[in-house]
Design a protein around this ligand. Structure first.
Ligand code: SF4
Length: 355
């Protein structure tokens, strides 16, 4: 365990460029740019030995060392799927909490799936993270650090950098709204990591106030809303958060979001055999989303120990998709990735034995 002072120090990785410049008040912008470049372009993990830092910056860093740190979580485990296309990292944070980050390869391009909380309070019944409960929110720097870890991994293998980022790991991003928005400001900054907003997707289980805030603030990221049921009864059996933000309220918020932003919304639907994969349920989904600019991502259920359901058969998925098409709703059956190393959607869970 780190010393308490280590936990209490603020992290440079929590600060977007303008906040960092404020923190470095009195120094020339040249030094802010040099530090930013080291943090996000070079993905530096040690700022003490950088020859390009000029004396004023070195002196400032020496002075800041007592109250500022950087986020560099320890890699506690690194697991690769048998097809070599997915890697799952278990990262240990400064207070010994552990989170998971997944790196996936699609057609030669890389996507990182990051966590936004340690655990999750939303309790979706088919999700391993939901089954483990909520521990705490992540700071912006702890979200950014996952992206930096993925970038370093790719660089070490001489691979191209990350192309896409999805916030679909452990946690509900809109339950940790401010930290997530700060992290995304850092991650999309063109002077550093530079993953553009159009390549970033925020996934939510349907936190209505967060969706409305995204619309109000005109945030430029893609939005994916997990539905899994097209009636209140069907949905709340899988997604307990539906009791807090009922389906009608959620769809109304999505309509507001669509009208205010003009953006298409992605709806995620985990296909569970015999539970939500019938043509009748597809027809209800089609009716529910009428008039919305929507795309449905169908995800055959990934297995977890805490949920007895099984994935829909390919024929059921095809029929579900056909019914959606007839209702004028485009959809994609998502490729399953990393199932053998529990890195698929809904499978992220920090095993207690590894804590
Ligand atoms: S699916 Fe997402 S929101 Fe639901 S419990 Fe899992 S991590 Fe939380």
């Amino acid at each position: 365990m780190p010393a308490v002072s280590e936990i209490q120090r603020r992290s440079l990785h929590d600060l977007p460029f303008t906040a960092l410049a404020r923190e470095m008040d009195g120094l020339s912008p040249v030094h802010t740019k040099a530090l930013w470049r080291a943090l996000y372009h070079e993905t530096a993990t040690d700022l003490t030995q950088r020859a390009e830092f000029l004396p004023p910056l070195r002196r400032w860093l020496d002075g800041a060392a007592s109250h500022l740190s950087i986020d560099h979580p320890e890699l506690a485990a690194d697991t690769a799927s048998s097809d070599g296309l997915t890697r799952k990292f278990l990262l240990r944070l400064v207070d010994a909490q552990t989170i998971e980050t997944v790196l996936m390869r699609f057609d030669g391009r890389f996507t990182a799936c990051v966590s936004t909380q340690a655990g999750c309070a939303m309790g979706c019944v088919f999700c391993a993270t939901g089954q483990m409960g909520f521990t705490r929110h992540l700071r912006p720097g702890e979200i950014v650090a996952q992206v930096l870890h993925a970038q370093r991994t790719l660089r070490a293998r001489d691979e191209p950098g990350l192309r896409n980022l999805v916030l679909m790991g452990m946690g509900e991003p809109l339950h940790n709204y401010d930290a997530v928005m700060t992290a995304l400001e850092i991650i999309s900054d063109t002077r550093g990591i530079n993953i553009g907003p159009s390549r970033i997707t925020i996934s939510t289980v349907g936190v209505v106030p967060g969706i409305l805030r995204l619309a109000e603030e005109q945030r430029p990221y893609h939005l994916a809303v997990s539905l899994h049921g097209a009636t209140e009864e069907d949905r709340s059996a899988l997604v307990p958060a539906s009791r807090r933000w009922p389906l009608a309220e959620l769809i109304a918020a999505c309509r507001t979001y669509g009208a205010k932003t003009g953006r298409r919304i992605f709806f995620e639907w985990t296909l569970i055999a015999g539970q939500n994969d019938s043509p009748a349920q597809a027809a209800k989904l089609g009716a529910l989303l009428t008039g919305l600019d929507a795309h449905v991502n169908l995800i055959p259920l990934n297995p977890t120990n805490g949920f007895a359901g099984t994935a829909s058969a390919t024929a059921a998925a095809t029929e579900f998709q056909r019914t959606l098409r007839a209702a004028g709703l485009p959809s994609t059956v998502r490729q399953r990735r990393g199932i053998d190393v529990a890195a698929g959607c809904g499978q992220l869970r920090v095993e207690k034995s590894r804590l």
